[in-house]
Design a protein around this ligand. Sequence first.
Ligand SMILES: Cc1cc2nc3c(=O)[nH]c(=O)nc-3n(C[C@H](O)[C@H](O)[C@H](O)COP(=O)(O)OP(=O)(O)OC[C@H]3O[C@@H](n4cnc5c(N)ncnc54)[C@H](O)[C@@H]3O)c2cc1C
Length: 333
Amino acid sequence: MKAISYVRARNVGEAIEAFAAAGDDARYIAGGTNLYDLMKLGIEQPRHLIDIATLEGADTIDTSGDHLFFGAGALMADVAEDAVVKREYPILAESLWKAASQQLRNMATVGGNLLQRTRCPYFRNGANGIYPCNKRAPGSGCAAIGGLDRTQAVLGVSDACTAVSPGDWPVALTALDAAIELRGPAGMRSVPIAEFYLLPGKTPHLEFDIGQGEIITGISVPKSDAGRNSTYLKVRDRQSYAFALASAAVALKMDGGRVARALIALGGVGTRPWRAGAAERHLTGQTLDRAVALDAAKAAFADARAGKHNAFKVELGARTLADAIMNAGGKIQ
Ligand SMILES: Cc1cc2nc3c(=O)[nH]c(=O)nc-3n(C[C@H](O)[C@H](O)[C@H](O)COP(=O)(O)OP(=O)(O)OC[C@H]3O[C@@H](n4cnc5c(N)ncnc54)[C@H](O)[C@@H]3O)c2cc1C
């Protein structure tokens, strides 16, 4: 049995100090729904846990200013049920309530959700050395490439890694151009979500723009005139309690039947939450119908690179996106 120290911090300053005192083997823990899982699998082996689940003010949900602000410690369930979020930004509420289960959403935080690790089976099941994984053990290789790759990514893949970015909430946040607020030993900073998630390239073990001891304090989302006409559509093997095979977060500003502005991101298909700029450009200015939606959706997958068993994701992803565009545009399927 390995000894693990545990402290509960009362505020962000205390948490950062505790992390600095503990050193390299420390981890922050919020809801624990991903970290404990990874500890049981032997992938994470912290010697020190700094509990940040109850930091002062960390559960703030503030929809009153020109930005929505979600404290990193706000529970997924509470943000999903917030009346303003549900009414004005269904894309956000839906991305949360379609994730995990109610029990998990009652434990898990919106900050922890951003940093959850991939569900790639070779990443999760190979800590005993059976499978190589460049994300888990840099330089060891990738068993998913040429292996059982049905759930792997088709966008943003590299020769070193094809693991899917697993979260739903980060996809909706990507569509809405959210920023991640961080505080660490060197002070505070704000990172656009598009830069927070790193492409795998040759270094798939580097996943997030977050430094040693930095803590996510909150998520800031600019208010958008496309928020009301928005949706998060998630397609999976089971209708609940499963990760996305393909998902689409779409927010549209409509001008009559015409799309004045489109904000689109994809999940389940990319190595990071995937901003679909080509689809946005294709849609903008068009009168919305099914053919236009499908053309835009196909444009989002023009650079897709499939493996042996996951080519279906290109078609599935495009159809999922086309359906989400039609839903967001009020043309219910
Ligand atoms: C069975 C199951 C099904 C699931 N299905 C889905 C799904 O369909 N969709 C989906 O999106 N998710 C799904 N999840 C994942 C779940 O949403 C995440 O486990 C959860 O959001 C993580 O939040 P947490 O607060 O528990 O994080 P923790 O487990 O406490 O932490 C996760 C990581 O983030 C770090 N961390 C946490 N908070 C901070 C912070 N404020 N600053 C810096 N670092 C921090 C921790 O050190 C750790 O590395 C599922 C999980 C399970 C177990």
